[in-house]
Design a protein around this ligand. Structure first.
Ligand code: FAD
Length: 377
């Protein structure tokens, strides 16, 4: 099979890359080893935190604003919202990088954020039991995005505009020559003029030349119920991110009102360091791991009397500085990639799709992402 542009991996980034290419009139081919929306990579679990006042680096903000607009546009084809704007609350010491970085990004880009002192936090969010020297920064425009629904909508929109999809097809080897790129798959060969690799946790297997910059880690997300579901509804509880001094940050997402049955809110650690191999991953959550989340909920949200009822395994692909990598593959002319989303990438998938499609078709993009190019780390 011969195509103009192939997108390897149709998870979060791949779905939006496929859509951006299709909307530009290219008829791209998406190749996915499972089926879009699967729960074996990094984009499952129903919800992801959405925020713009970005403590990680202020240069993500224009990409986030682009993503917000793209999710909004895609939203119009849906009967259910892709983003719920229940606000995002950052919590920590006044001089923690999370709070100072977010405030700096908000100032640089004129984003609406509100400082909350310890007393205001206690009064407004009695769910939390915080140290007395913790303060908050609330971004009312934040909230959560629904990853599987967004992937489904992006893929459908891409196919409506001419994209093709090969599911249950695993790419095993990539080889470039002067004319294009040969992909060896478990279902035969594909030849494309340009290739965009969006393989998430599998990136270093396909592009070993970037493997020293990536580390896959095993992550957990847990859900809990409460006797009274009111304080975990989006009207009462924003998405939240709690910076702790010497331990991984803790974050949470309120119950998604679209999920039928007993409401469950999410709690997760940001930055577990357990190394993992995506093809050999422990996908079950042990009783001890569940217990850890039960204890975390009891410690930080004691008034909710939470019971952890479910937990799932997921993967982060970390870079040393925790910023993404978006560039042409080293030693290759026709192959581009995004990798190393470092546990904060879903909200940026529309922007990454735009940048990757621009780079592959034009060699440059109006959406500035130079700060994410391959670099010494
Ligand atoms: C527990 C958890 C919580 C998170 N919370 C947040 C959050 O609150 N906010 C946020 O913005 N981000 C969050 N993230 C991060 C975010 O979800 C990820 O950065 C993002 O979803 C990664 O998208 P991706 O496209 O890189 O990877 P994936 O969605 O995993 O896509 C990669 C795809 O490539 C396919 N593929 C790989 N190799 C091959 C091959 N050889 N042949 C064919 N197909 C292949 C895979 O099957 C997969 O579908 C979280 C992640 C986790 C794990």
């Amino acid at each position: 099979m011969r195509v103009e542009v192939a997108v390897l991996g149709v998870g979060g980034v791949g779905a939006f890359t496929l859509r951006a290419l299709a909307r530009r009139g290219v008829k791209p081919l998406g190749i996915e080893q499972f089926v879009p929306g699967h729960d074996l990579g990094s984009s499952h679990g129903g919800t992801r935190v959405y925020r713009h006042a970005y403590f990680e680096h202020p240069d993500y903000v224009p990409m986030l604003l682009h993503s917000s607009a793209a999710f909004g546009e895609l939203q119009e084809t849906q009967d259910r919202p892709l983003i719920v704007r229940c606000g995002t609350l950052l919590l920590g010491h006044k001089d923690s990088k999370v709070l100072t970085g977010a405030r700096q990004a908000a100032e640089e880009h004129n984003l609406v954020v509100r400082d909350l002192n310890a007393g205001e936090l206690r009064a407004r969010y009695p769910q939390f039991d915080l140290p007395t020297d913790f303060i908050g920064l609330l971004e009312p425009g934040g909230g959560f995005v629904r990853p599987e629904a967004a992937i489904d909508a992006a893929v459908k929109d891409a196919c409506k505009h001419g994209a093709l999809l090969h599911t249950r097809t695993s790419v095993q080897n990539i080889q470039e020559d002067d004319q294009g790129v040969h992909l060896i798959t478990d279902r035969g060969e594909i030849y494309c003029k340009r290739l965009i690799v969006c393989a998430g946790a599998w990136s270093q297997k396909l592009l070993p030349q970037i493997s020293t910059k990536l580390q896959v880690t095993r992550q957990l997300q847990a859900w809990f119920t409460t006797p009274d579901p009111t304080p975990i509804q989006p009207e009462q509880m924003p998405t939240w991110f709690l910076a702790r001094d010497s331990e991984p940050a803790l974050f949470g997402i309120p119950a998604d009102p679209l999920i039928p049955g007993t409401p469950t809110a999410k709690i997760a650690l940001h930055g577990r360091t357990e190394k993992a191999d995506p093809d050999n991953l422990t996908r079950t959550v042990s009783p001890d791991e569940r217990k850890q989340f039960q204890e975390l909920a009891k410690r930080w949200l004691p008034r909710l009397a939470a019971t952890v009822t479910e937990a799932k395994v997921c993967m982060y692909t970390m870079t040393p500085d925790e910023n993404f990598l978006v560039d042409r593959a080293p030693g290759m002319e026709r192959t581009w990639f995004a990798a190393g989303l470092s546990g904060h990438g879903f909200k940026l998938t529309p922007a990454l799709g735009q940048v990757l499609s621009d780079l592959a078709l034009d060699g440059k993009s109006d959406l500035a992402a130079e700060f994410l190019r391959l670099r010494e780390m």
